[in-house]
Design a binder for this molecule. Structure first.
Ligand SMILES: [Zn+2]
Length: 103
């Protein structure tokens, strides 16, 4: 079962996407488009908003571990992991085999 914050995030994400799709359909309705085109535009906008909101919530709630070598861009992002797994990812970020310092 998901934690309360994750469940609230899912509800917010779904509500946000439904609202955006509905507003899009409402605004396009005045142009007398065919129903199939109106529906496809509304669903597309709703899906894009769902993915954008999910991504924003992930970036907000995820933990990020970066390599400590200067110039290396290796990054690990985790979400809802146990303490042991979190420690393992921290160690992986600190000691990974190939540092990308060419940039
Ligand atoms: Zn590195």
């Amino acid at each position: 079962m998901l934690p309360l914050a994750a469940r609230i995030g899912s509800v917010v994400s779904a509500g946000n996407s439904i609202a955006f799709g509905s507003v899009t359909a409402w605004r396009l309705h005045s142009y007398h488009l065919p129903v199939s085109l109106l529906l496809s535009c509304a669903l597309c906008c709703a899906f894009v908003m769902l993915k954008a909101t999910d991504r924003a919530l992930f970036l907000w709630s995820a933990s990020t571990y970066r390599c400590t070598v200067p110039g290396c861009a290796f990054t690990v992002r985790t979400q809802r992991v146990s303490a042991g797994e979190r420690r393992r990812w921290q160690e992986t970020a600190a000691d990974h085999p190939a540092h990308d310092t060419a940039r």
